[in-house]
Design a protein around this ligand. Sequence first.
Ligand code: SAM
Ligand code: DTB
Ligand code: SF4
Length: 317
Amino acid sequence: MPNFSVDEIRAIYRLPLFELLQKGRETFLRNWPEHDEVQLCKLMSIKTGGCSEDCGYCAQSAHFKTGTEPGKLLGVKDVLPVAEDAKQQGATRFCMGAAWKGIREDDPRFGTVVEIVRAVAGLGLEVCVTLGQIGEEAAQKLKDAGLTSYNHNLDTGSSYYSSVVTTHKFEDRVRTLRAVQSVGLALCCGGIIGMGEGEDDRLGLLASLTELYPHPESVPINCLVPIPGTPMENSSPVDVFDLVRMVATARVVLPLSKIRLAAGRSRLSKEAQALCFFAGANSVFYGDKLLTTPNSAENEDRALLAALGLKPQIPHG
Ligand code: SAM
Ligand code: DTB
Ligand code: SF4
């Protein structure tokens, strides 16, 4: 899969909107035989809050007074019933987040996560975790336990990263991505728009994603959910056409990645979401809660897919 420079991506992103939509659509139809399917992913926080990092968007950073109640790492018995219920509701992927800077394979909490991954994979669901920075040994153990994909977002362009986070660097994120890929584990890697970044920062994020080899298996595109108490609490909402352009451009330059409409979807109209699906988005977070904030209601999502003639992804193999 080729990589793209920021200039090449800009030429796509700035096309007249309908041309861009058409390009995204064509790429999607060419590469995805199941183009009427949207993957439903259930998200669960398995260790909430109290994080040492100062990511300016995050409800779970200990640096900001966000009102998020810190919690301990959950165990298999807490998580499995939620995963079983998600499967019952039609989800085919179960994604779990832990608010850590990172974790080592010799930490007993890592052993608990591995047990959780094994148990959820045993249900026949795709499993994804986001645990912060990890090395090759931990990545290998997660893979052996049946993990489908490891989530670690680059979040924005490399030159804007230090305006968002000061406690770690963009290069630290890249190191984790390399460790994950070096053991042959698939990556879920995307970012956020609406943090005050410029167009080139968004396009820089896409360029960095295309430089990953292989391209990420899935790419979440989050719109900032402004969290009271964080430095970004007063950020303006993303322009809907900027989001649609971002989704369509991602589809063109990352043709085989699942493009996930992630955080911030509950603020979008049905029509805006329809444009994103048309442009090639083929995955959403499903269920009434994201990690700490509300998501679109499940019944509304089911109604929207039905109205568009789309269906939840059928479990494949
Ligand atoms: N600690 C882990 C890490 O840093 O990768 C995982 C947790 S973090 C909650 C996972 C991703 O969720 C972030 O990289 C960011 O893209 C997204 N995210 C977190 N808070 C968000 C918010 N308020 N609005 C939009 N996206 C958000
Ligand atoms: C991703 O890119 N978005 C998800 C998931 N990966 C872990 C997280 C969204 C969090 C939204 C804010 C919250 O609920 O705290
Ligand atoms: Fe939030 Fe992850 Fe940053 Fe911690 S490292 S503040 S959990 S995004």
